[in-house]
Design a binder for this molecule. Structure first.
Ligand SMILES: [Cu+2]
Length: 290
């Protein structure tokens, strides 16, 4: 993007930059390193175990299956920075259980001891700024269920670029603890090929983005959330895109085409206040992609 913007503009500044470039390592010229994350048997894998602070682009090659008795489907592979992985993993089962107080405590512990930089399914691509620290790529549910092993990596050294890819839309979380909301803006450019997911709130959030029928109303969505009925509501129009947890202060750019239409953004992480899923406390929003 930056390179593209410069391409048509010959100025003194550009010429100075051009002279300066050969003195810098190739990576400093703005290339964003691609880091492949995948699985091998019950082990999470990563294509490089050390990297410099800066924006990296994660590509998910494959993820862990979740056994049928635990709901089936596939786990995400997530990126987490922590110096206390064992404590975080020991706390997290509470977040998946039935006890609201245990779920709230699990999320408070995870929030206090770890920072999450997103997570995806097979084929997903995102960019995020990683500050220095000790990190892991892992399947959250697989690791909690002790069916899979995380892989460690380290971010240290000279900082690189902090700029993620340009986006055409942004979805962000906002609000105080216990009062989380989604906000949305399309940034005037179409079509949406990359979008930002930003956590400006004070709890950890994921993002479900589900295509819905054009006439779907907030009242219908609320009614569905408050009912006990199983199976997808009648207003659902397609498979959701799900992006895993992002901590307060973290912004990711997700490479994912969003066809024009209406979508529901929601998050079901248990609240740190009382363990109630955020969506049931109002963290859902109908958005229109043009
Ligand atoms: Cu949430």
């Amino acid at each position: 993007m930056k390179r593209h913007a410069l391409a048509g503009t010959v100025t003194a500044a550009v010429m100075v930059a051009a002279v300066a470039v050969p003195a810098l390592p190739a990576q400093a010229a703005g290339a964003i390193p691609v880091v492949d994350i995948a699985v091998s048997g019950n082990q999470a894998t990563i294509s490089q175990t050390t990297m410099r602070p800066g924006v990296v682009e994660f590509h998910v090659g494959d993820t862990f299956p979740i056994p049928e008795q635990f709901g089936g489907g596939t786990d995400t592979i997530s990126i987490v920075r922590t110096d206390a992985l064992d404590q975080v993993m020991a706390a997290l089962p509470g977040a998946f259980g039935e006890d609201p107080a245990a779920a709230a405590q699990a999320m408070r512990t995870a929030h206090a001891l770890s920072t999450w930089y997103g997570g995806g399914h097979k084929g997903d691509v995102w960019q995020v700024y990683l500050p220095p620290g000790n990190y892991y790529a892992l399947g959250v549910q697989s690791t909690v269920m002790q069916m899979a092993q995380p892989v460690a990596f380290t971010v240290a050294g000279q900082p690189r670029s902090a700029n993620v890819h340009a986006v055409q839309a942004a979805i962000w979380a906002t609000g105080p603890v216990g009062q989380n909301q989604f906000r949305y803006a399309q940034l005037g450019r179409q079509p949406v090929m990359w979008f930002a997911f930003r956590n400006n709130a004070h709890e950890i959030h994921f993002l479900d983005l589900t295509p819905v029928k054009p006439g779907t109303t907030t009242a219908q969505v609320k009614k569905s959330f408050m009912s006990d009925s199983q199976g997808p509501p009648s207003w659902v129009a397609g498979e959701p895109f799900t992006f895993d947890v992002v901590s307060p202060g973290v912004r990711v750019a997700i490479k994912h085409s969003l066809a024009p239409g209406k979508y529901l953004a929601d998050c079901f992480i248990p609240s740190e206040t009382d363990g109630m899923p955020h969506a049931l406390m109002g963290m859902y929003k109908l958005v229109i992609i043009k």
